[in-house]
Every structure is written in structure tokens, then in C-alpha cells.
Unconditional design. Structure first.
Length: 271
């Protein structure tokens, strides 16, 4: 069978007993990075005196080779005990894993997903936003029109929205938020569960004055839901379901979200 195993996002103490048992009993470990998983295995051996199966097979499976790997799979591969572990956090959340699950579903292969450490849920709870409806947006595109449209979508989703961002683009994101939504409250979590974990809350301008020059590390950004959208009796989804031209839909959506009509129209063209 296949078992998807979440791994700690920073603090090794967050590893679960079930995860340790699954990793130690695996015949083959599919790893986002074999070096990272081997290091985790070594730590578990040394710190928790865990006994692992002899001659475990480590295979690299990441976003660049996942599709090709699965296309070449034979169902007999899962006659052994197979584990998939991403570098940190839950497989399938901005990491490979979903295609493996789909393969198992389509080929009647038994699989399981263990619960565990997850950056987006940790940051969402820590944000203090009381609206429990939330949307995970993942990573924004790096640049250009795709990034602009994606950010508009995140800002006008109607929900508290969680975004992952790399350290070398965090300042750019704060500048974009300052330009687009200067009064919108946001929450930033840096290096969750690690020694230098930090929380920041406020507008983009307020946070820019608090964040030090060292932006290195993993960042999660939680964006407050649009008040204009929340106060409306009609939602963007309601408008999109109407048989109306895209330009008309864009005008209506801009009325309830305060999103720029032209930017909204461009975004709708890509839906």
C-alpha cells in the first residue's frame, strides 16, 4: 500500500508516533529530496532510538519528475510498503502527492494519509482572524501579469486567504499589498515552529516597519477577507453562474469587491 506521511515543518518534536512507525517500517521511501528524508531518518534513529528496516530504498520524487514517474509505474510497485514524504509538512499541499493518490484511486490500490504538521493551518489559527472560512492560495506566480491577476484573485476571494511566499519576494509582496490594499490587515508568520519563529500583524505599511532586514526563512501570509465582499448579499460565484458577458460580470464583481474593473476582467478571462 501507499502511505503519505507529513514531516515536521521545523521542530522535530512535532513528528507523530504514527509517522515514526510508518517511516521505520517502509520498504521504499519516495522522497521530495532523499537527502532531507535520510537526515530525518538519522535524527529519529539517534534521538528516539527508532529501529528502521534494513536496506530501505530511497527514491527521489519531486515536482519535476512526478508525472513521468507515475506514468511508468506498475501496480506491482505497491505490493511492498511504500511511503511518500515531502521535505516538510503535508504532502499534496504545495508539494507532490496528489498524483500518487489519484493513481491509487484509479488502480484500486490501498492508501492512507497521516495527519500532521502543516504551515497554512498553523498560520491561519495564529492570525487571529475570526472568520473561520478560509482559502489556501498557495504560491503566487513569480512575476508579470500572471502574478498581478493571481494577487487580485487572492485579495478578492471573499475569504481569509493564505499565501506562501519565498523570502526574496516577500518585500515585493508587501509593496504590492501596500499599493493595492493599504488598509487591509495581514498576518505574517516566519519560520513556524523553529527557533526564530516570529509573528507580524497589521497593514502592509505597518509590517514593513517591523520586519528586520533578514528576510531569510519560510513565510506564510494570511490576508484578511475583503469587507466589501463580506457585506454583500451576492457573491462573486453567484455572478459567475449568471449567463452574462465577461465584461458585465467584471463590472458587477468590481461593485462588490472594489477590485479594479479592468483587472477583474483580465482575471475572469483566465478562469
Amino acid at each position: 500500500m501507499l502511505t503519505l506521511v507529513p514531516t515536521p515543518i521545523g521542530n522535530i518534536g512535532d513528528i507523530s508516533l504514527r509517522a515514526i512507525e510508518a517511516l521505520s517500517s517502509a520498504d521504499t521511501l519516495l522522497c521530495e529530496d532523499t537527502r532531507v528524508t535520510k537526515k530525518l531518518v538519522q535524527i529519529l534513529k539517534e534521538r528516539y532510538n527508532t529501529t528502521f528496516k534494513d536496506e530501505q530504498n530511497f527514491i527521489s520524487l519531486h515536482s519535476h519528475n512526478e508525472k513521468e514517474f507515475i506514468e511508468k509505474l506498475d501496480t506491482s510497485f505497491f505490493e511492498q510498503n511504500v511511503i511518500y514524504a515531502s521535505d516538510a509538512g503535508m504532502p499534496g499541499i504545495s508539494d507532490p502527492g496528489q498524483l500518487l493518490v489519484k493513481y491509487c484511486q484509479e488502480n484500486s490500490i490501498k492508501y492512507d494519509v497521516l495527519p500532521g504538521a502543516n504551515a497554512l493551518l498553523t498560520a491561519f489559527v495564529a492570525s487571529g482572524f475570526v472568520d473561520t472560512k478560509m482559502l489556501f492560495w498557495g504560491f503566487l506566480p513569480h512575476k508579470g501579469k500572471d502574478r498581478e491577476l493571481s494577487l487580485q484573485g487572492a485579495l478578492n476571494s471573499g475569504f481569509t486567504t493564505i499565501v506562501y511566499e519565498s523570502p526574496h519576494r516577500l518585500e515585493k509582496l508587501l509593496d504590492e499589498l501596500l499599493s493595492e490594499e493599504p488598509l487591509r490587515k495581514i498576518f505574517l508568520a516566519k519560520e513556524l515552529t523553529k527557533k526564530y519563529q516570529k509573528y507580524y500583524f497589521g497593514t502592509a505599511d505597518e509590517i514593513k516597519s517591523k520586519v528586520d532586514e533578514n528576510l531569510r526563512g519560510e513565510w506564510v501570509v494570511v490576508i484578511e477577507a475583503s469587507k466589501a465582499h463580506n457585506s454583500s448579499a451576492i457573491s462573486q460565484s453567484d455572478i459567475l453562474e449568471l449567463d452574462l458577458p465577461k465584461k458585465v460580470q467584471a463590472k458587477l464583481i468590481s461593485k462588490i469587491t472594489n477590485e479594479n474593473t479592468k483587472a477583474c476582467y483580465e482575471r475572469l478571462l483566465h478562469l
